[in-house]
Design a protein around this ligand. Structure first.
Ligand code: SF4
Ligand code: SF4
Length: 57
């Protein structure tokens, strides 16, 4: 999964919906741990800024 940092407003919504805790948020950026991510697509669907892409489904 890919986060477009120019679109992301660091709202934190994606962190809560990740079933494997692959997303971490700091004051300045949001990061997806690609090794943990199972590409469920939850974060892509929840993101209000449409900043996440890359889900296969
Ligand atoms: S696609 Fe699913 S597993 Fe991967 S970062 Fe998003 S919510 Fe987490
Ligand atoms: S839900 Fe979208 S805008 Fe909010 S922190 Fe996650 S990537 Fe950024």
């Amino acid at each position: 999964m890919i986060i477009n940092r120019e679109l992301c407003d660091i709202c934190g919504s994606c962190v809560a919906v990740c079933p494997v805790d692959a997303i971490s948020v700091s004051e300045f950026c949001v990061t997806i741990n690609q090794d943990k991510c199972i590409e469920c697509g939850n974060c892509q669907q929840i993101c209000p800024a449409r900043a996440i892409s890359g889900a296969k489904k």
